[in-house]
Design a protein around this ligand. Structure first.
Ligand SMILES: *[C@@H]1O[C@H](CO)[C@@H](O)[C@H](O)[C@H]1NC(C)=O
Ligand SMILES: *[C@@H]1O[C@H](CO)[C@@H](O)[C@H](O)[C@H]1NC(C)=O
Length: 463
């Protein structure tokens, strides 16, 4: 698409969205404090002084449950914070100034309120307790000991208590001796929410339905990096159930999606959850600003290719609120769209429709309604690219030039999701009524993603 059409599209969309969204500033707009829409904040992306005006950027993904809770848990994607406890500006509860670098900018409670549902915590035995800490040589020191594990676990407890349909997953980087962390978990009041590891699928099968997990109050998953703690601490050994990509700079090598050492191969089919890390070795707000958008979405695609054509269930980042617009919340919407309905964003999923039936943002709803993306694999094979690209061509707003990642995902997945398409058709039929409310919030939910895609394409042209 010619670059010249972008401003037109942007203008058209801005017009439509401004009308619909009560004239709040849009994602990517410069903003005066408090004028951004819900799920956004007004901040400048770069932490550098004089880096430019503050813009509205997203802090919150669309609710992964917006399209219903009738799918297995492994068909949902959750925004995840790396070192969720290492919050900028905190003083160590030991009384010593923190010298270890922060990874996030708000408390765990604030993260949860913004829709973060995966937390990565580093647990150490320290001062006769378990602390969340950065390590030096595997040991926790005062200057790196952010807070007691029990305090963060109590924040999680309070959130689960107050929000009875939310599910949280904790990944413990576990340096604690057998027994100590389990004891702290018990002391925090979280035991009653624990999803029992005996019920986790061990052979790569589907997880229970999200709605059943919620109904049974099994709303907390805790994985440990240390083997043998299922009996002693009631925590599942992560890599029996989860595939995880390499973290830090080594995980950023363009176009690839390496596993981390402890994980089984990314294309192993014996684990049904997938955690994608995307952050630099030295946590950096500047890095997050530049990379938490288009490069993150491109990484999703690389990991899809490397992981037996599966989309990540957890997208783990540093400084999750920092981006030039859509950031990690947008990437979460993309993965949820692909996983739940075969669309490029959960905003495009159509209530009660077959997998691959997407509502595309468009001035002519008819095009969207007849979106041929739903074509079953055979049809797709006989006219591989024609169907999706035609759809997109007639609703150009959905086709930003640069997130080729996003668009080509669609093309490639259509001829590879035969079985999962069938599965989904079943599940989405059963969940159709639960998601009926989506249509109301649809326009509202759609706009940020759309604008974001546009914005990303704009920016990546500059970089
Ligand atoms: C984005 O990540 C790449 C490495 O993957 C890095 O070279 C680049 O500097 C990062 N961008 C910013 C703005 O930090
Ligand atoms: C969904 O709701 C409609 C009425 O609102 C009803 O006719 C239909 O049977 C329901 N479908 C399911 C699957 O419950």
């Amino acid at each position: 698409m010619a670059g010249a059409t972008l401003p037109l599209l942007a203008a058209a969309i801005a017009a439509c969205c401004l009308a619909a969204a009560d004239a709040a500033a849009l994602v990517g707009d410069t903003c005066a404090a408090s004028s951004c829409g819900a799920g956004q904040r007004c901040a400048s992306c770069s932490p550098l002084a004089g880096a430019g005006a503050a813009v509205c950027s997203r802090t919150t993904p669309l609710d992964p449950k917006a399209h219903g809770t009738g799918l297995p848990f492994n068909r949902y994607t959750w925004l995840t914070t790396h070192n969720s406890f290492a919050v900028l500006g905190s003083a160590s509860r030991t009384g010593t100034p923190i010298l270890a670098p922060p990874n996030q900018e708000d408390t765990v409670t604030a993260q949860l309120k913004n829709g973060v549902r995966g937390l990565m915590l580093d647990a150490y035995d320290f001062q006769n307790d378990v602390w969340l800490c950065h390590s030096f040589g595997g040991k926790c020191y005062n200057f790196a000991a952010y807070q007691r594990a029990v305090d963060v676990l109590k924040e999680i407890q309070a959130f689960l208590e107050a929000n009875p349909s939310e599910v949280i997953t904790v990944f413990m980087e576990d340096y604690a001796a057998p027994g100590s962390l389990g004891k702290v978990l018990g002391g925090s009041g979280l035991s009653k929410y624990l999803f029992p590891s005996a019920k986790m699928p061990r052979d790569g099968g589907d997880w229970p339905l999200l709605e059943d997990m919620i109904a049974q109050n099994h709303r907390l998953l805790v994985f440990t990096s240390k083997q043998g703690k299922e009996a002693s601490d009631g925590m599942a050994y992560e890599w029996d159930y989860v595939l995880e990509t390499q973290y830090g700079n080594d995980g950023l090598v363009g176009g690839s999606c390496q596993k981390r050492a402890e994980s089984r191969a990314m294309d192993s089919t014996k684990q049904s959850l997938l955690l994608m890390n995307f952050f630099s070795t030295n946590p950096s707000q500047l890095w997050a600003c530049g990379n938490n958008s288009a490069p993150l979405v491109a990484k999703l695609k690389a990991c899809y290719d490397a992981s037996a054509k599966r989309w990540p269930n957890f997208i783990a980042v540093d400084f999750y609120m920092r981006s030039k617009g859509g950031g990690a919340p947008l990437a979460t919407d993309v993965a949820n769209g692909r996983l739940q309905c075969g669309c490029d964003s959960i905003a495009y999923c159509k209530s009660g429709s077959a997998f691959g039936s997407c509502t595309l943002p468009s001035a002519s709803p008819k095009t969207a309604a007849t979106s041929p993306v739903a074509a079953p694999p055979k049809t797709a094979a006989s006219s591989p690219a024609a169907a999706p690209s035609e759809t997109y061509a007639s609703s150009p707003a959905a086709l930003p030039p640069e997130p080729v990642a996003t668009v080509s995902m669609k093309l490639e997945e259509e001829d590879s999701t035969g079985t999962s398409a069938a599965d989904t058709a079943k599940s989405s039929a059963s969940s159709s009524n639960r998601s009926a409310h989506l249509s109301n919030s649809f326009l509202f939910g759609l706009l940020p993603s759309l604008l974001l895609l546009l914005l990303i394409s704009d920016l990546s042209g500059v970089n």
